[in-house]
Design a protein around this ligand. Sequence first.
Ligand code: NDP
Length: 396
Amino acid sequence: MNKGVLIIGAGGVGRVVAHKCAKNLDTFEHVSLASRTKSKCDMIAKEILDMQGITIDTYSVDADSVEELIKLLETIKPRVVINVALPYQDLTIMDACVACKIDYLDTANYEHPDEAKFEYKLQWERDGKFKDAGITALLGSGFDPGVTGVFCAYAQQNLFDEIHYIDIMDCNAGDHGYAFATNFNPEINLREVSANGRYWENGQWIETKPLEIRVDWEYPEVGVKPSYLLYHEELESLSKNIKGLKRIRFFMTFGDSYIQHMNCLQNVGMLGIKPVMHNGVEIVPIEFLKTLLPDPASLGPRTKGVTNIGCVMEGIKDGKKKTIYIYNICDHQEAFKEVCAQCVSYTTGVPAVIGAKLLYNKTWDRDGVYNIEEFEAKPFMDELMTQGLPWKIIEL
Ligand code: NDP
C-alpha cells in the first residue's frame, strides 16, 4: 500500500505546504518534496529539520514530462500528490497520477503557457480516467480557489435554504515596502490582473475591461479598501455547484501604486507573453519582468499587516432574507514566524495540506475529478480552525 505525501513545487506555496505536512506527520507518515530545482527543495528541507527536527526527502523533477513524473511516483509510491508547481503542470501531473493510481490535489486550474486563459475544461474532461483508476482529483484547494469554495459549500449545507448572491472579497492589507512586487508568482499574478474582468449573472457571463469595476468595501478588522472586479477561476465551478445562485463576482484589493505600475508595464509591452527579439536573442517580456521583480518568497520577512479574504452571501433562510460574511484574517508576521513565508503563500499552502489530509485519511473519498465545494464542508471548516486559518461569520 502506498504511503506518504509528495509535494511538487518548491516555491512560496511549496515551502508552506512542506512545513505544514511535516507538522501533520501523524497523518502523512512521510513527506517528499520535488521541484525543478532540487537546491530549493534542500533549502526548505533544512529549514524544516532546523525548526521541527523532521527529515523530509527531496528530489528533482521536470513536471512538464509525464514520463519523468511516473518514474518519480514509482520510486516514492506516495498516497497523495500535492501539486503546487505552476498551473502549466496540472495536466501532466494529473496524467501521471492516473497512470500510478495516486490521489491528486492542486490549488490553481490549468493554464497554457502561450495563452492567458484559464478554465477547468481539460481537467474536468479527465473525470472518467480518475473514476476508472479509482482515485480522486481535488481541484482548487488553496484559499481562492479553495477556502472560498468551502465557505460557500458550508453556507449552502448549513446556513441557507438558497444562496442568491455571492461576492468573494480578497483583501491584502499587508505592506512589503517595495513600490511594486507581486505576492505570488509574478507571471501568473500579472496575467490574471491585466486580463478582462468577468462575472456570472442569471446564467450569463458578463465581461468588463481590466479593473473597470471598483467598489470601496469596508473589510471587518481592516477598514475600507478599493476592490476591483476580476475574473477568478472558482466562479466557473461555483456558478454550477451552488444551486439557486443568481450572481457571483470576485473582487481583489489593489493599491494605487500597484495599479500605476501595472498599467505602465502593460502600456510598454512588458506583460506580453509572446516572444520578441532583443539583440538577436528571443525573450518573453513577462518572463524577463519576472527576473527583475523581487522573488515573492523574499517578501516574507518584510511584509507587515493582515489579509482578510471571505465571501459575502445573500439568500433565504426559513423564508427570511439573510446576508452574511464568512472570512479569515491572516497576519503576515505571524505566518512568517511559523513557516518562513508571508500570508499569500500561507493562506494557499495550509488549505492544500488540509485537502490532502482529508484525502489521505479518506474523510473525502470519491472517485473522479471534483472541485472543493462538491465535498462536505464541515470537516474542512473544523481543520481550518486548528491548522492556522480560523474563520468568523458575521451578519451584515
Ligand atoms: P512559485 O513560482 O514561487 O513556485 C513554483 C514552483 O514550481 C517553483 O519552485 C518552480 O521551480 C516549480 N516549477 C515550475 N515549473 C516546474 C516544472 N516544470 N517542473 C517542476 N517544478 C516546476 O509559485 P507559488 O509558490 O507562488 O505558487 C504555486 C502555485 O500556487 C501556483 O500554481 C499558483 O497559481 C498557486 N496559487 C494559488 C492560490 C490560491 O489561493 N488558490 C494563491 C496563490 C498561488 P523553479 O524554482 O525551479 O522554477
